[in-house]
Ligand binder design. Structure first.
Ligand SMILES: NC(=O)C1=CN([C@@H]2O[C@H](COP(=O)(O)OP(=O)(O)OC[C@H]3O[C@@H](n4cnc5c(N)ncnc54)[C@H](OP(=O)(O)O)[C@@H]3O)[C@@H](O)[C@H]2O)C=CC1
Ligand SMILES: Nc1nc(=O)c2c([nH]1)NC[C@@H]1CN(c3ccc(C(=O)N[C@@H](CCC(=O)O)C(=O)O)cc3)C=[N+]21
Length: 294
């Protein structure tokens, strides 16, 4: 049996990630000593397992030292902040990322603020996020940056493009909307109080979905030929009891109507990981420019 021809409507996130990681590798090959990226999990957080595993793989492919650390769920806010401050002063550490979600008693915003902006490889320090408002997007939250990257891959011109962003979290929806505006798109942001999401999404040239609800976006919610960027990562159980990862989009049905669509897995996820690594390279360059390292 011959293999089915590739579906050109599917945007291949793995290929885009490979290209980004290759560029990063070209950079790391030129460096004689690089600090490590430290990926922090607080407590036992099953949602982050796949992400952290793929961060380690991505870092390895890019030739970037990487360390995963797991802090006890009972660590106090103050202890966590102190360790982050020590990491800021540790020259062997290039940057840090703190996985979400964190335990109830942890104020994640305060912890993100404690990460020095030059070590903020996830772009989640309020200062980094603030820079996006000024259209300075070199160190932006990884998933938001990944969705912009994926839209660019369609070849659509972002200037004047009608984009509907569904979801307005601080880590995905809001920064993605800002970054799309910086690219010249006309952006509509929908959330759970939006009266009719479908009324907005049906008008859009591009629909970006980050809701966290499997099968949320159906084929009747988009304009024929639109591009659909599926950010959702939802773990569901199939009829045989096996776990699988699906997005927020009814991928099969929407593919029939869409001009382009990102699959899950193999879409936004791998690009998010690659952007994290690219952010680490940006941080390295900024640390050199600041005279921190030679
Ligand atoms: N691929 C990747 O790299 C990443 C994937 N994710 C995935 O993306 C998804 C979203 O993550 P995140 O942004 O952190 O999640 P949050 O739960 O923080 O945000 C979800 C957003 O969806 C909105 N929403 C909920 N229900 C509806 C509805 N019925 N109609 C319209 N909007 C709705 C919420 O609005 P409101 O606040 O008003 O309730 C909220 O803004 C998850 O599946 C997550 O796993 C997240 C990060 C990275
Ligand atoms: N501070 C913080 N930032 C985040 O960006 C963040 C977070 N916390 N917590 C958890 C969620 C989830 N998330 C994923 C990113 C990539 C994949 C990923 O690589 N997915 C592969 C899965 C492939 C496989 O199964 O191995 C894919 O979609 O193809 C998954 C999940 C980031 N998140």
């Amino acid at each position: 049996m011959t293999a089915a021809p590739p579906d050109h409507r599917l945007i291949d996130g793995r290929k885009i990630a490979t290209d980004i990681l290759r560029e990063c590798k070209n950079y790391t090959d030129e460096q004689h000593a690089l600090g490590r990226v430290v990926s922090i999990c607080i407590g036992d957080v099953p949602e982050t397992e796949v992400y952290v595993r793929n961060q380690a793989r991505g870092a390895m492919r890019a030739g970037l030292p990487f360390e995963q650390v797991n802090w006890d769920a009972n660590i106090t806010q103050n202890e966590a902040k102190q360790v982050i401050q020590q990491m800021n002063d540790d020259a062997s550490i290039l940057g840090m990322i703190i996985q979400r979600p964190t335990p109830e008693h942890i104020n994640i915003r305060t912890l993100q603020s404690a990460v020095h902006p030059l070590k903020d490889v996830e772009g989640m320090n309020p200062a980094s996020i603030g820079n996006i408002v000024y259209s300075d997007v070199a160190l932006a939250p990884c998933t938001a940056a990944a969705s912009v990257e994926l839209i660019k891959q369609t070849g659509l011109k972002l200037e004047g493009l009608e984009v509907v962003m569904i979801g307005h979290s601080e880590i995905v929806g809001k920064p993605a909307a800002m970054m799309l505006m910086a690219e010249g798109a006309t952006v509509t942001v929908c959330h759970h109080l939006t009266r009719s999401v479908a009324m907005h999404s049906r008008r859009a040239d591009v629909v970006v979905v980050a809701v966290g609800n499997a099968g949320f976006l159906g084929p009747d919610m988009i304009k024929p030929g639109a591009a659909v960027i599926d950010i959702g990562i939802n773990q569901i159980q199939d009829e045989d009891g096996n776990f699988e990862i699906v997005g927020d989009v009814q991928t099969e049905a929407v593919t029939e109507v869409a001009g382009w669509i990102t699959p899950v897995p193999g879409g936004v996820g791998p690009v998010t990981v690659a952007i994290l690594i690219r952010n680490a390279i940006v941080a390295h360059k900024r640390q050199i420019a600041a005279g921190w390292i030679e």
